[in-house]
Design a protein around this ligand. Structure first.
Ligand SMILES: [Zn+2]
Length: 269
């Protein structure tokens, strides 16, 4: 056997191995987590699932349909249910303590917004909502994500945030410290559903991985893709920067599932 054929077979084997290990994300029923629920035998028709009236991802795993549900940071603790073909399936949400983080910004521009900035932000929020609500049935998400940029985690998901000592929304993503210009790689295949320059998030790219699983990449120095582009895993989509509300260059990466921001770490090996 030639070396290239051997390498090809090894690549296929590695791929098969990673697919079986990472067919579903880690189930973690906490606010900001993901819960996976076994539904019915795969011989039956794919069920329809809803959580808080939003369509929920349903995917096949080991011969069964599973619902994969994102739980936002504001999810109440205790009994929750997903409606599956009109029937309730219960799960229990448990407490997770997220620490506080105090950040000092040089100016209050991004803390107390002017009327013009507030108006701008409201318009951008609508566009972002539309992107977070996209639900592409034709794409099957690949949960074996890779880290989108080389660097250390500088700010974890879920931190209770204070900017210039004023309480603001909790940290809804994961920050990775990297120098300006470092390439950002697509962590899992998807389609670009939105790009732009936003007040808080700076230059942004939104990627739809399928069935309500969306990534948002913020503070870019350069956007390298356009709305409608199909991206393969590992494809560069832009460069790390310091645009928007930042104290220095880094990548802020948010992951959304059924329009709930969840901890991106749950998708990393
Ligand atoms: Zn961040």
């Amino acid at each position: 056997m030639s070396l290239s054929n051997l390498l090809k077979i090894m690549a296929i084997m590695t791929c098969a191995l990673s697919t079986s290990t990472w067919a579903l994300p880690q189930s973690n029923p906490v606010p900001g987590g993901i819960v996976t629920l076994k539904l019915s035998d795969k011989t039956e028709l794919k069920p329809e699932a809803f959580y808080k009236d939003k369509a929920v991802m349903v995917t096949a795993h080991e011969g069964y349909w599973h619902a994969v549900v994102g739980l936002g940071l504001n999810t109440p603790l205790g009994y929750q249910e997903v409606r599956v073909n009109g029937k309730g399936i219960a799960f229990n949400v448990i407490h997770k303590d997220y620490p506080e983080q105090h950040i000092t910004l040089k100016t209050n521009k991004h803390v107390d917004l002017s009327e013009a900035d507030l108006k701008r932000h409201k318009g951008e929020k609508q566009k972002a909502n539309k992107a977070f609500n996209s639900f592409d049935e034709t794409q099957s998400p690949d949960f074996a994500f890779m880290k989108p940029v080389k660097g250390s985690f500088s700010s974890l998901f879920g931190l209770k945030r204070f900017f210039n000592e004023k309480p603001r929304n909790p940290h809804s993503g994961l920050d990775i410290a990297a120098p300006k210009g470092a390439p950002i790689l697509t962590p899992s295949p998807g389609k670009v559903v939105l790009t732009g320059n936003f007040f808080f998030n700076g230059n942004v790219v939104y990627v739809d991985h399928g069935q309500g699983l969306i990534s948002m990449f913020c503070h870019l120095s350069e956007i390298g893709v356009e709305q409608g582009d199909t991206l393969i895993k590992g494809q560069p989509l832009g460069k790390v920067g310091a645009t928007g509300r930042v104290t220095g260059p880094h990548l802020h990466w948010s992951v959304s599932l059924n329009n709930a921001r969840v901890d991106p770490m749950l998708l990393l090996p």
